[in-house]
Design a protein around this ligand. Structure first.
Ligand code: FAD
Length: 305
């Protein structure tokens, strides 16, 4: 177990603390890391706490982009009216995490760096096209969130040397909509059996942009290009949404899991969640209810249990 606990007051100070102490590691909310330490999965001499650094907690708009600090908590993101208005998929994903206690301390940065494929806000950030800024001894680098995964539980961010300082999400402007939904055995404190986040844009009555992220159906949040391709250039309607959902079902590869359910069941449910989230996102994008058989607008953020 760690022998030293340091509280950093700036990102630069946190980096200096890491550099001076081999075997040190960042801690934000600690909701993943403390369990890993107790179970002996990580050996750490020093913990560097980044949860009180103001620059890592921002939630704001600048130059047409949303900036989200790496240490912004799920509770802060879920409660932000700005995020609810601009990025409803992310607000809903943050609201779906764990329980109030977990949301009060768990952070966006921790959710991504812990590298679990079905981490709720990570799935939303991938669908939204978020880019992470990572500060290290060699300076800053910017990486799309979906490219930060080495494997299950293995991140390309080295939390012993680097800090994920913030995420940037470009605003698409007129005619955009996003949505998130989750299937889980209970409404709180429950692993997602499946979660889905989507972002679309509509111009001139046609879908011009689409990102669809589904998890856990692969070792990382799965960005489904096949389903997005069905939407691009098409008029959003129940039939097109159903074809995109069928493409997502075809592309998804969920495994049989004692905790999450059979692969076959979750493959079928992929198309349900994709249909629901697309219906909601297109309803938001166009201001017109996109309904139809099996489609239920108003499902955003829905936790199916
Ligand atoms: C009871 C319980 C229920 C949960 N329910 C859910 C759930 O429903 N959905 C879900 O997605 N997750 C859930 N989690 C997992 C966890 O709460 C989230 O993944 C959370 O976002 C982790 O954030 P944290 O700040 O606590 O990370 P920490 O535990 O502090 O850190 C996690 C990892 O990321 C590194 N790290 C943290 N911040 C940074 C940074 N800014 N830069 C670089 N490295 C960093 C740490 O070194 C560590 O390796 C649950 C956990 C518990 C214990």
């Amino acid at each position: 177990m760690p022998r030293e606990y340091l509280i950093a007051t700036s990102a630069a100070e946190a980096l200096a603390m890491l550099a001076a102490r081999p075997g040190a590691r960042l801690i934000a909310g600690g909701t993943d890391l403390v369990i890993d330490l107790k179970e002996g999965k990580r050996q750490v001499n020093t913990l560097v706490d980044i949860s009180r650094i103001p620059e890592l907690k921002v939630i704001k708009e600048a130059n047409g982009e949303v900036i989200l600090g790496g240490a912004a908590t799920h509770a802060e993101v879920a409660a932000s009216q700005f995020i609810q208005d601009k990025l409803p998929a992310l607000a809903a994903a943050a609201a779906a995490v764990g329980s109030p206690q977990i949301r009060n301390v768990g952070t966006l940065g921790g959710n991504v760096v812990n590298a679990q494929p079905a981490a709720d806000t990570a799935v939303a950030l991938v669908a939204l096209g978020a880019v992470a800024t990572i500060l290290g001894p060699q300076g800053a680098r910017r990486v799309a969130v979906e490219d930060l995964y080495e494997g299950v539980g293995r991140s390309r961010v080295d939390a012993g040397r680097e800090i994920l300082t913030h995420f940037t999400v470009p605003l698409w402007g007129e005619g955009e909509g996003s949505a998130f939904a989750r299937l889980s055995p209970r409404r709180a404190l429950s692993l997602p059996m499946l979660n889905t986040a989507v972002r679309v844009q509509v111009a001139g009555g046609k879908c011009t942009r689409a990102r669809i992220c589904i998890a856990p159906v692969a070792p990382r949040p799965f960005l489904c290009a096949e389903a997005a391709a069905v939407l691009i250039g098409a008029e959003p309607c129940p039939e097109v949404i159903a074809r995109a959902a069928a493409a997502a079902r075809e592309a998804a590869r969920p495994r049989d899991s004692l905790l999450r359910g059979s692969g076959a069941y979750r493959k079928d449910m992929t198309s349900v969640l994709v249909r629901q989230t697309l219906a909601e996102a297109f309803t938001r994008a166009t201001g017109q209810k996109i309904g139809g058989p099996g489609l239920q607008a108003g499902a955003t953020g829905k936790v199916y249990s």
